[in-house]
Structures are given as C-alpha cells and as structure tokens.
Design a protein around this ligand. Structure first.
Ligand SMILES: CC(C)(COP(=O)(O)OP(=O)(O)OC[C@H]1O[C@@H](n2cnc3c(N)ncnc32)[C@H](O)[C@@H]1OP(=O)(O)O)[C@@H](O)C(=O)NCCC(=O)NCCS
Length: 311
C-alpha cells in the first residue's frame, strides 16, 4: 500500500484536491458534492482561520480529509477503500478542536465512517434537525413559468450586487458579501450559466437558484435556493429551479441533488418545494457527539503516523 502523508490545507489548489476525492468516490453513499465544498469554503470570507483543514494523501491522490468548524464540529470525507483513515481524521480532530464536546455530521449511508464513529465512542444525537439528501433524474422537466412582469435569466458579472442582495435578504442575518460571492464565482466548478435569478418588475432579484455541476458524475447540486419573503408562494422558486435544472441538463447533468434542512424554522418551505419539483429522499445526515478522550487503536491499522501522534 502506498505511504500515507498528511498536510494542512494551503489554499484553493487543495480544495481542488479535496473535490477530486469527492468526485472519485461520488455515490448515493457519499456526503459531499464538489459544489458543496466550493460553496462552503467561499461563501463567507475568513474560512481559513475558522476552519482548520487537513488532507491525507497516498499514491499521489487524496484519500481522506477533515474540515473542522471551530470550536468543535467536523466534516470529513474518507475513501471507503481506506476506512481506517477515519480514525486518523478523528485523532486530528481531537487534537485540534477547542470545544469540550466534539460533533461529527455524516450521512447514514456512509457506513464505514459511522462504524468508525461508533468504535470511537461517539453517540448518535436524536435531534430532529437534519438534512435530507434528495435526488431527481433530469427527465420530464416541466417548463418554468413566471408571473407577468417577472423575468427569468442567468446571472451576469454586473449582477453581483443584486445577486448578493437577494441572498442576504433570504438568509438574514447573512455573512455573504460582494467580495465573498466574487470568490464563489471564481471557484471551480462555478458556472454563471447555472446561476439563475428571477428579476422582479422593480429590478430586484426576487428569487435565485445556483446549480453546481460535477461533470464527471453528471450530477448537479442545487445550493443555495431562495425567494425574497415578500414574493413567496408565487411560484418563483419553482420557476427559477426549473430554469436552472434545464440549464444543468443542457450542460450535461443527468441527475440533480439537493440537501434541505429539515425541521429548521428558517427553511420550512424547502422540503415541500423540492418534493413539488419531483425530488425524492435517498439518505439523511446523522450527528454524532462525544466528550474528548483517547481514541482506541483501530485493529490492524496500517498507519504508524496516527499511532505515534496519539501517544
Ligand atoms: C423555500 C423557498 C425557496 C420557496 O420559495 P417560493 O418562491 O415561496 O416557492 P414557490 O412559490 O415556487 O413554491 C412552489 C411549491 O413548493 C411548495 N412550497 C413552497 N414553500 C412552501 C411552504 N412554505 N410551505 C409549504 N409548501 C411550500 C408548494 O408546493 C408550492 O406550490 P403551491 O404554492 O402551488 O402550493 C422560500 O421559502 C425560501 O427562500 N426560504 C428560505 C430559504 C430556503 O429555505 N431555501 C431552500 C433551501 S437552500
């Protein structure tokens, strides 16, 4: 087996390397889409300081990575062919997080990570707030329809202020700014022709839908979607999502996924919207927690580095 190396995140090229793992192991049992990674990394400025991130590589490719949101939340991706690396990531998490309670969110279908969490003494939290992973094949897509006076169109660079304004109003209070959204637009695999908006008669953007396309797996991810509060239940989100889905299909997507938060008051309309658009669930997130203590060694673990680090 090739030697394992570990290094800290050093910039956008490393995000690409992390995305390459997400693409390589993409399946219905995989928690992260390449677009999710770009959005989470760039939507807010200052992520570098808030989110310590480490990559594990073997044979010239990334085989696992961990991303901490300080003080104590971990996201990770582990190649299912190297399940023991989950313990490496948990060890680094324990050393780096600053919270007394550690929280890890994974997909129920990521069996190898769930098994490692249980082995390390993490306990499943029974919170009803979670994300439902939903998908839809891009066949039989209805045509989008907007009310008279509204216009559906993709975003162009000059729209930056309006594009950011609709996001900030939907998600108030929001940390998305014009500079941070410019970073989103510069990130791979952002494509302006998949960033759609509904323009209201007064010129504001009333609704938006951004789709990220993973060309290798022919799957688009909707993230984010929103309608200004004063324009809700007029069919605008339905229309802007359909327009973006048609564009994604045209660009090569065969399927779309979306991860609405369930039982959160700010997102009450999300699941009904996606079900109305024909999305159906295939997995859900689970959150595991535990207080800090030593992690037991993994039986047959091939990694001396991890064992040394934890001594
Ligand atoms: C979710 C959201 C985008 C819906 O926008 P919208 O423009 O009001 O949605 P539409 O009018 O296009 O709704 C289409 C259908 O979705 C369903 N739906 C949408 N919002 C709903 C709600 N609050 N309750 C129940 N069903 C809802 C309905 O079936 C609706 O059709 P109908 O009005 O004919 O019954 C909007 O409420 C919003 O921006 N919420 C905050 C941000 C968010 O949660 N974004 C999604 C997750 S990224």
């Amino acid at each position: 087996m090739p030697a394992l190396t570990r290094r800290g995140y050093a910039g956008p090229a490393d995000l690409r390397a992390m995305q390459s793992l997400a693409q390589r192991i993409w399946s219905k049992a995989s928690s992260l889409h390449v677009g999710d990674l770009a959005w989470q990394r760039f939507q807010h400025a200052g992520r570098e300081a808030e989110c310590p991130t480490v990559l594990w590589e073997a044979g010239g490719e990334v085989v696992a990575w961990g991303w901490i949101s300080l003080p104590g939340e971990l996201a990770l991706l582990v190649d299912p062919a190297r399940p023991e690396l989950a313990l490496e990531v948990f060890g680094w998490f324990e050393d780096t997080a600053s919270a007394a309670e550690l929280a890890v969110t994974v997909l129920d279908a990521e069996k190898h990570v769930v098994a490692a969490l249980e082995r390390c003494g993490y306990a499943l939290q029974e919170s009803s707030v979670h994300q439902s992973y939903e998908s839809r094949l891009l066949v039989d897509l209805p045509e989008p329809v907007v009310p008279a006076g509204f216009t559906l169109r993709p975003v162009v660079p000059d729209d930056l202020a309006r594009r950011v304004a609709v996001h900030r109003a939907v998600w108030h209070p929001s940390r998305v700014t014009e500079p941070s959204y410019r970073s989103v637009m510069a990130a791979w695999p952002y494509r302006a022709e998949l960033d759609w908006a509904v323009e209201a008669p007064d010129g504001r953007f009333a609704a938006q839908c951004l789709i990220w396309l993973d060309e290798r797996n022919a799957v688009g991810e909707l993230e984010p979607v929103g309608t200004l509060p004063e324009f809700r239940r007029a069919g605008l989100a339905r229309a802007v999502c359909l327009a973006a889905l048609h564009a994604a299909h045209h660009a090569g997507a065969r399927e779309a996924v979306v991860y609405p938060v369930i039982n959160h008051p700010k997102s009450a309309g999300a699941l009904p919207l996606y079900r109305d658009l024909g999305f159906r669930p295939y997995a859900r997130t689970l959150t595991f927690t535990r207080t800090r203590r030593r992690i037991p060694p993994f039986p047959g673990s091939a990694s001396p580095e991890g064992a040394q680090r934890r001594r």
